[in-house]
Design a protein around this ligand. Sequence first.
Ligand SMILES: Nc1ncnc2c1ncn2[C@@H]1O[C@H](COP(=O)(O)OP(=O)(O)OP(=O)(O)O)[C@@H](O)[C@H]1O
Length: 228
Amino acid sequence: MRPAVEVKNLYFKYEGQDNNILKGIDFTINKGEIVGIVGLSGGGKSTLCYTLKGIIPNMVNGTIAGEINIFGQNINTMENYEKVKQIGMVFQDPEFQLFSSRVEDELAFALENMCVPRKTIISKVDEMLDLLGLENYRKQNPCLLSGGEKQLVALGAVLVLEPEIIIFDEAMSQVDNSGKETLKKVICNLRNNGKTIIMVDHEMNNLDIVDRILLLKQGKINIYEGDM
Ligand SMILES: Nc1ncnc2c1ncn2[C@@H]1O[C@H](COP(=O)(O)OP(=O)(O)OP(=O)(O)O)[C@@H](O)[C@H]1O
């Protein structure tokens, strides 16, 4: 079976910078794996996530080289809707992806855009509110929720699309301990349903559910041996 994610000799330099942030990245992630990515602050973990989601180079200027294949398909040949369907991402800062005035509208937004029938949308939104323990927040404005609650809403908005690969970029940074347990259960369930998960995190405690850890150091992927 083709790997879910295959990265070959990936380089990236932000426009206006002198040096590459990613300097020849190589790794493969198989379908159904949960893989952690760790590394020092500023080392390029978010940058790597953006390349996997296609935000780089589509929305961020810079120079990119190398190859990213998603289930065997070069990401450059994928239409935007295919990327949305295949790869979901929960960002470090949930504000980045929340813009509706009610939690239920936030969860419904992408499905409405895809012209999913109303009945299906309602049942998917209900299912997501239940899964993430957000029933009581249905009518609330996401902007007024705590950081952790916002992150759960952002995750819900990604999961309604049922992407095959889900990237969590420090998605637990603002979540309290009970929220973390909820998130970890959701992530394990996703894996049990064949989804592929990439988790970037500073906190090793948050990575106790991963199958293996990749270390991003000096722009390259290394085997993690306990040190950054
Ligand atoms: N749009 C941009 N333009 C120029 N430089 C950028 C841009 N975004 C990030 N950088 C720089 O690229 C480097 C890597 O940033 P990145 O956010 O990918 O690191 P990180 O490993 O995710 O850090 P952290 O763990 O602190 O979130 C940093 O030096 C950052 O300042």
